[in-house]
Design a protein around this ligand. Structure first.
Ligand SMILES: [Fe+2]
Ligand SMILES: [Fe+2]
Length: 197
């Protein structure tokens, strides 16, 4: 009868499979830590909005933050290519997160409360603003010429959009929500924002 002895590590052979497993475990741990760090960063970003108060106050605070970035970009010159790129990235992130909160939650609640045309109009305006931010990024990567003109157009569209939201459409929604509905909307909006913060 032949006896087979299983010898996994012979002649100083490197334990590749074990090392591979260790590397995987270390990688997974690192990935886990990375996820934790990312979650912490997202929580910190969303906390600024949540701290402003209810959904409407949170959105108004974000409008102000975006306005500040528009103003900083308007102060740049065609020689400030790197600075423009950094500020534009910040503006894209700020407006991107803001728009996700509105499109996935607030505008849906607008429709639930009969403000369908308002929701559709605001949503279309977000599309125009995304296009403007894309155009600015492309101009910023190239010769810079025309950057400030396109920025001024984008800023004007942004301000008109914000005026409609803050002075007309959102106050009407707010007046049609009871305290419980407003609380639900605030929580739902902050959860959506956290995902992309
Ligand atoms: Fe909006
Ligand atoms: Fe907004």
């Amino acid at each position: 009868m032949t006896t087979t002895t299983y010898k996994p590590y012979r002649n100083g052979q490197t334990d590749n499979s074990s090392n591979g497993t260790s590397a995987l475990v270390a990688g997974a741990a690192g990935f886990g830590l990375g996820l934790l760090a990312a979650a912490g960063r997202r929580a910190a970003v969303q906390a600024v909005t949540a701290a402003a108060g209810d959904w409407f106050e949170g959105l108004k605070a974000e409008h102000k933050m975006a306005r500040t970035l528009f103003e900083k970009l308007a102060e740049t010159t065609d020689d400030d290519k790197a600075k423009r790129a950094t500020l534009l990235l910040q503006l894209q992130h700020a407006i991107g997160k803001h728009n996700v909160q509105e499109e996935y939650v607030v505008y849906c609640v607008l429709r639930e409360h009969g403000q369908t045309d308002d929701a559709d109009e605001l949503h279309a305006e977000h599309g125009e603003l995304k296009q403007a931010l894309f155009d600015l990024e492309m101009i910023g990567k190239r010769q810079q010429t025309g950057f400030l003109d396109r920025l001024a157009e984008a800023r004007a569209a942004f301000e008109e959009h914000v005026r409609e939201e803050e002075d007309d459409i959102f106050p009407r929604l707010q007046s049609s929500l009871d305290a419980e509905q407003a609380k639900l909307l605030t929580g739902r909006m902050n959860r959506e924002g956290f995902k992309v913060a």
